[in-house]
Design a protein around this ligand. Structure first.
Ligand SMILES: Cc1ncc(COP(=O)(O)O)c(C=O)c1O
Length: 380
């Protein structure tokens, strides 16, 4: 998809905010603890390479991604020596690339370890395959579930240690952002039980996403996988207060590209779902669902020159229409996320309106929207 460098719409990323969020969490951690910034999915839409640079400046000691290609993107962008952990499962076909780029991968089966070691031996791979063992303590996604499975994996890891570097072990909590701790505690108990099968701990033991790091310090580990809070978003939405002020990094702005007055009874947009009931000023904004503005945003109010104006009619693929309080000039600023004058629209507001979570909204802004970075001088 072409990046719209010449269009009147952009995501503005506040680098200082990301720096602030990561360094505040860094201060709360034990000085020996590692913080791996989670930059998967193009850093939750914020731009993986740029965020990785800011995160490093703010004290991140490594990165987490979801797929191998995201790790390769970072290596090729110059992050040549930082640990990068692929959180998703990797295909055995990728073992040569995993070794070449020296990235760490998640493993979830004894068989994978065995076959990866065989491949590494056969192909004479230079770098050992670094692995983190995933333990499924109740997330139900990937990972070993029983003490006996973990014991088998440890035997296999020892047997193949010439080719496989057992670098880490981890689990992932599914309710760390909830006010009810029962399921969290159940998962933690499971984790502690599974860990009895690993008497010699690897370099990294990690259990914490943003929510666990911020609200469940006692869960332990020596590395956190810090994601959404690094972007200034509260993992719980609004349910639990964060231990420090989170500064949202992403704004989304555009402008009016067309303004007209319509007579009473005129319909707007596909399906003619909105009809003016008096003479109205209608503005057109050049963004649509191909940019990640969902069709379900119809009726949501964006800021036009700092004033709330509802989206009228259906959101089109590339354009949407807003009802203006009066004639406003072409070029007037439109804020879909962010602050203008005294008003702020948060990603949480957008998510609430669309009945989803801010993670999904941020990740959903497409690559057609250029990312524009703003920072004060200390990051340069
Ligand atoms: C395994 C794992 N760890 C950490 C994270 C980061 O979570 P958060 O963005 O809530 O900090 C994720 C995100 O989905 C994940 O899947």
């Amino acid at each position: 998809m072409a990046v719209g460098k010449n269009r009147n719409a952009q995501l503005v990323i506040d680098e200082d905010a990301i720096f602030h969020n990561i360094s505040e969490e860094r201060k709360r951690l034990d000085s020996k603890s590692d913080l791996f910034m989670v930059v998967k999915a193009n850093a939750y839409g914020h731009g993986a390479v740029q965020v990785a640079g800011i995160a490093k400046a703010a004290g991140a000691t490594g990165f987490c991604v979801a797929i191998l290609d995201e790790a390769i993107q970072l290596r090729e962008a110059g992050f040549v020596s930082e640990p990068i952990l692929v959180l998703g499962l990797s295909d055995l076909n990728n073992v040569p690339l995993i070794s070449k780029y020296n990235v760490s991968v998640t493993v979830s089966s004894v068989d994978w370890i065995k076959q990866a070691a065989e491949l590494a031996q056969k192909l004479g791979l230079k770098n050992k395959i670094r692995v983190h063992l995933a333990l499924d303590t109740g997330m139900g996604r990937i990972g070993l579930q029983t003490v006996s499975e973990v014991k088998d994996a440890i035997v296999e890891l020892k047997r193949t240690s010439e080719y496989i570097d057992f670098e880490g072990v981890f689990t992932h909590f599914s309710t760390a952002d909830s006010t009810d701790d029962d399921y969290f505690q159940y998962q933690l108990d499971n984790f502690n039980e599974l860990m009895t099968a690993i008497p010699e701990k690897p370099r990294y033991v990690h259990v914490a996403n943003s929510a666990t790091s911020m609200w469940h310090k006692a869960a332990g580990g020596n590395m956190v996988r810090f994601g959404v809070a690094g972007y200034g978003l509260n993992p719980s939405g609004v349910a639990i207060a964060s231990p420090f002020k989170l500064e949202p990094a992403m704004s989304f702005t555009s402008e009016l590209i067309y303004v007209k007055e319509v007579q009473s009874g005129r319909s707007i947009g596909y399906g003619a779902t909105y009809t003016s009931d008096s003479r109205e000023w209608i503005g057109t904004v050049p963004v649509g669902y191909a940019d990640g503005v969902r069709r379900s945003m119809q009726g949501f109010s964006v800021l036009v020159d700092g004033q709330y104006c509802p989206i009228v009619g259906r959101v089109c693929m590339d354009q949407l229409m807003v009802r203006l309080p009066y004639k406003m000039p072409i070029g007037t600023k439109v804020t879909l996320v962010g602050t203008d004058h005294d008003h702020t629209i948060t990603l949480q507001d957008v998510a609430d309106y669309c009945h989803t979570i801010h993670y999904e909204i941020a990740c959903g802004y497409s690559s057609r929207l250029p990312r524009v970075y703003r920072s004060s001088d200390h990051l340069k």
